[in-house]
Design a protein. Sequence first.
Length: 344
Amino acid sequence: MPDETSETTAAPSLQALGISPAAEAVYRALLSRSQATTDDLVEELQRTPAEVTGLLSDLEGLGLVNRMPGRPLRMRAARPDVALEVLVSRRQQELARVQLASRQLLTLIPPAERHRPEDIVEVVVGPSAIAARFEQLLDRTRDELLVLDRPPYVTDSARAESTVKSLLRDEVTVRGIYAPEAIEEPGALQAVQDAIRSGEQSRVHPAIGMKLAISDRELAIMPVGADEAVEAALCIRPSVLLDALAQLFDLLWQLATPIVVPDSDHEPTDSDRSDRELAALLGSGAKDDVIARHLGTSPRTLSRRISQLMDNLHVRTRFQAGARAAGLGWLSPDPEGPDRGLVQ
């Protein structure tokens, strides 16, 4: 992602609410003190009285500052957790009206022109453009998000994870199939487990040869070139091609292995916690080096722990260990179908 992303993360901007950087600077200055006169702000911000007066007027119109009684005139900042939430709600209502208008405008296009062959597939070029289009796909999702996940990545993972969690809170069905190398990235396994705890349905499959995201089975984005730096992607609209990709996802979903996490609701003692975590990691399909790194232990120690776990469960293979752990209620069951979240 471009450098602007990290800057935005470090210093959140209010421009999305229609507040200019200059007005935001005045608001921030007022927040740092109980109240201030125009002269106080002129001195602090190094702006002319006319500029400060105009910016204060803009902020007052948005409900972000209030006039204090008495002379000279003093201004006080409204609490951001109240005033900004009002603006956010207002902007969300405006966006909802725009979305409704866009659907109504679509009906003005003659049916024969709505799905012209040349409009079915759009080529998006450049990492920034691809990331922006992926975020748009997430934002438009209302019912179901389907994802085939594998490196390399062009999006801001933290922002994408935040959006997905927001979808889960809105009761959107999110299903992800991960390539093994996707959960071998540093911290990736923990992120997937956190997503599962938030409601995501996650599976792993060894033959994920591409990246894909499908929104409500109406729009898909598929980066071109899975093994190299992603420089282009295809946006696919309703068509036989989109239907085929959705069917491919459904087929892979049936063949994939559910990723499981320890079931914290059934932990009898603290002494079992490490065994349960290890059993869950084995069930995720992760390789030994990934599990060792996740647990902060050496491969030799991990091998010893796996052997000890199998001894404790009175089994001879990892598959039997997973089956036994599931039978003991150590692992969270997959929300769909039989428990296949156990790999050898």
